[in-house]
Design a protein around this ligand. Structure first.
Ligand SMILES: *Cc1c(COP(=O)(O)O)cnc(C)c1O
Length: 380
């Protein structure tokens, strides 16, 4: 049996635990100090020094000019799509292999998701799938693209860097440019992931991060947008604070806004976590390298970073022979103290998206049948 060998190897990496979860947060830096400081300052809500500090740190880490802290990753995506100009009745192209939040954010606007296939190696949106979908089903009019199927405007494209593995956003950006489509990246899973030395999230107009409890960096709940566009950054911040026109005592609003700002308490936690990101990445990449050697010897598929990319290895991925093999391992591992999880149910298979237009899904289905995430927490 190889399942027991896998489980024993994971246990050897995380000794003295009754149950090893997929991704546990760690608070060994300035977390308590900064949170106490935020409490002492009385600024615990959506205005405060840590919110500004967090945005500055995120700019420094990613190389983006502007960052806007939000309440969570889903609200960041929603806000990113809004400021990218996605409107009700538009279509947005995204991958079927993603977490539900990507598609939900599109639905919040009243736009429709169109689901495309991923590449097998990156597990993110496939430039080939995008190109052939547009050639077959889209037509350009006045610098914008429209669906020949629904007649709707195709406003944006949202690739996602799955499990921290960068996908081909440079090629995707070129295709989007040619078709007058705005590129919005879902970088919720890819803090600390780079392509050709550049942080993920800078190939499009705007990108959205998540700092949820299971992500590489967490602040309980939190998110952020990054962009190099000043006007867009200002508009995103404005919409995230109820679109209130700044004034010392007057309450006046000029848009339907949102209460999407990150509270200072969460930002305090986020700052302490971001300070530790370089150490987290070293630990996660070391674990991935050890997994890679072990699984190669064992003859089990293990996903490694695509060429030119430096992945955060947020969640490590095994690839089993088929669905039956995958389910056999899931049953064994979860019954023997090691959490293991399959990929999400594909978006185009969900009840809400039965009528959504979609491309061929060969790679998404191939991956969904075989993929299993195994424990990937930072090792102290
Ligand atoms: C985590 C995640 C989100 C949403 O983030 P929340 O902070 O949980 O709202 C969005 N997209 C993807 C791909 C994610 O993994």
């Amino acid at each position: 049996m190889i399942y027991d060998k896998i489980v024993d190897f994971v246990k050897s990496k995380y000794p003295n635990k009754d149950f090893i979860s997929l991704h546990e947060p760690q608070f060994q830096g300035n977390e308590k100090k900064y949170i106490n400081d935020a409490i002492d300052s009385t600024f615990v809500s959506s205005v405060g020094a840590y919110v500004n500090k967090f945005e500055d740190m995120l700019c420094e880490i990613t190389g983006a000019k502007y960052a806007i802290a939000t309440a969570n990753g889903t609200s960041a995506l929603h806000l990113g799509l809004l400021v990218a100009g996605v409107k009700k009745e538009d279509e947005v192209l995204t991958q079927s292999l993603t977490f539900i939040a990507t598609a939900n954010a599109i639905s919040y606007i009243g736009a429709s998701s169109v689901f495309l296939d991923v590449d097998r190696d990156t597990m993110g949106l496939s430039p080939n799938s995008l190109q052939s979908y547009l050639e077959e089903f889209a037509e350009k009019k006045g610098g914008e693209s429209f669906s020949k199927v629904s007649g709707k405007r195709i406003r944006a494209c949202v690739p996602m860097h799955t499990f921290g593995f960068p996908c081909r956003t440079k090629e995707i950006a070129k295709i989007c440019d040619a078709w007058g489509i705005i590129l919005v990246e879902d970088t919720a899973e890819s803090i600390g992931s780079y392509q050709d030395g550049v942080h993920t999230g800078l190939d499009g107009l705007v990108s959205a991060f998540s700092f949820n409890g299971n992500k590489t960096v967490t602040c309980g709940g939190g998110g952020a947008l990054i962009t190099n566009d000043k006007k867009l950054a200002e508009f995103a911040k404005h919409l995230s604070t109820q679109a209130k026109i700044p004034h010392r005592w007057e309450f006046r609003h000029d848009h339907v806004g949102y209460n999407y700002r990150m509270p200072n308490l969460n930002a305090a936690l986020a700052c302490a976590q971001l300070e530790q990101l370089p150490a987290y990445l070293i630990s996660k990449r070391k674990l991935a390298a050890e997994y890679a050697v072990f699984f190669k010897e064992l003859g089990v598929g293990f996903v490694t970073e695509p060429k030119g990319a430096e992945a955060s290895y947020w969640l490590n991925c095994l690839l089993f022979n088929d669905k039956q093999d995958r389910d056999g391992f899931l049953e064994y591992s979860n019954s023997n103290g090691v959490m293991a999880r399959p990929a999400w149910a594909l978006m185009h298979e969900l009840e809400m998206f039965q009528s959504s237009h979609k491309s061929d899904m060969t790679n998404s289905e191939w991956l969904a049948d075989r993929l299993v995430n195994i424990p990937s927490s930072v090792i102290k």
